[in-house]
Design a protein around this ligand. Sequence first.
Ligand SMILES: [Zn+2]
Length: 213
Amino acid sequence: MPNQNEADQIIAAGRQVETITPGTSGNLSCRVGRDGFVITPSGVPYHVLTPDDLVTVSLATETVVAGHRVPSTEWRLHRAIYQARPDVAAIVHVHSFYATLLSTLGRPVKAVHYQLSWVGDEVTVADYATYGTDQLAANAVAALGSSGAVLLKNHGLVTVAGGMEQALAFARDVEWVASLYVKALPLGEPDLLTPAQLQDVRAQFRHYGQPPS
Ligand SMILES: [Zn+2]
């Protein structure tokens, strides 16, 4: 069984992502120690997950070091992000409807609302690759850069953060802004917040200590 703290965070987050991703799609992970991450298993519904179902994978050896289940098919994606981004301690991947819809159009999630500011100036789209492959992982890392989220072309959304609660909040934020953007488009091209305006929001957040509601 993985570290109890990270396991509990993943189980709790799983109950929540189940409301925005269909079936058993998507996957969650947390970094553990210097050389590993704990990830959801392949094909187990989130609402029945227990800590015993989670799988710990070594970053260095790419092998399962704890757990009896098969890790999520996207474990390579999680591994590549942890290796590329030392600041990332949690990853959420979902097939949430509006983010995935934009990914099929190859359109980034644009900053039509300041709720995107915590994630980045926009959420870019990684080039398409087959799910579960090293190529998908490489494309995602390249498009993610130093931001908090990336769309996987014709696939879904990935968010990253220093903790699971934040990564989950990013997924909810991106999905909500994506829904706003998609629903605005038939009415006309929505105005976008500028990078300077988004920076002002981040500065306001630092000053007041908590995001506005
Ligand atoms: Zn997926």
